[in-house]
Design a protein around this ligand. Structure first.
Ligand SMILES: [Zn+2]
Length: 247
């Protein structure tokens, strides 16, 4: 491939624009907000099971408390009925009276026992509800933080995208001005070498890979016609002679 020395210098401008685009793409992928959003998503995802567990337990405990409440009601009704019978004077048989009094006594004990157990359940429900409220508050806080991070990410992306659009347009204009065979060679090398396809020779070294050129290499470069597109043997990139090449 041959190209006018001026055209070769413009290939370096193309490389600068391509490197800018690569940096912009990298910045777009690595915005700190992206990591923040991922962290918050994990937090929210992680709490999902805990929330379901706590919600289920709160429901179970409420049902259990209602069950005790029903049982207490049954005991209370029966006790009221017994007490009415006792106070009505309708029962005169002392054995029957004794039995009835005995039953009222055991109903009282049963009611107290049920009330204690209901209280325990209600206390447990309160503890679980408090834990659930905390989980939900933490989740809401994480979602709010995520929304802020998302806004920041979108603003960052918008800024980068505007810059990408500007550089892409400039790049298209420049690439359109350069000979197709030179651009094709540059693109091929660039694709194979992590985005770097061409570099200037700077003070006797390859600007792309930073290796010093050997004495014989410099002599070959000096002897080469100005239109010849040179490649660095070590790294394969196009080497462009500039005023600062120090050959
Ligand atoms: Zn090199």
């Amino acid at each position: 491939v041959k190209a006018d020395p001026f055209v070769q210098l413009r290939l370096l401008d193309l490389q600068v624009l391509d490197s800018s685009l690569d940096r912009l793409a990298h910045r777009r992928r690595t915005l700190p907000e992206l990591a923040e959003i991922e962290r918050l998503d994990k937090l929210v995802d992680g709490s999902r099971d805990e929330v379901v567990r706590a919600e289920t337990e709160v429901g179970d405990l409420a049902r259990e408390a209602r069950k005790f409440e029903d049982e207490i009601d049954t005991v209370r009704t029966r006790k009221t009925r017994d007490e009415q019978r006792l106070s009505s004077g309708a029962i005169t048989n002392s054995k029957q009276l004794q039995e009835l009094e005995h039953e009222v006594g055991s109903l009282n004990r049963r009611q107290a026992e049920l009330e204690d157990r209901e209280l325990e359940v209600m206390e447990r429900a309160e503890t679980v509800q408090t834990a659930l409220d905390k989980l939900l508050a933490d989740r809401d806080a994480a979602l709010a933080e995520r929304a802020v991070a998302e806004d920041k990410r979108d603003a960052g992306w918008a800024e980068i995208d505007a810059e990408v659009a500007r550089v892409t347009a400039e790049r298209a204009g420049l690439a359109g001005d350069l000979p197709a065979d030179l651009v094709a060679l540059y693109e091929k090398i660039r694709a194979e070498h992590g985005g770097s396809g061409a570099g200037p020779i700077e003070r006797g070294r390859c600007g792309a890979c930073r290796l010093d050129l050997m004495g014989n290499e410099k002599a070959e470069i000096r002897a080469a016609p100005a239109e010849e597109v040179l490649r660095h043997e070590e790294c394969g990139r196009i080497m462009v002679r500039t005023a600062e090449s120090g050959l």
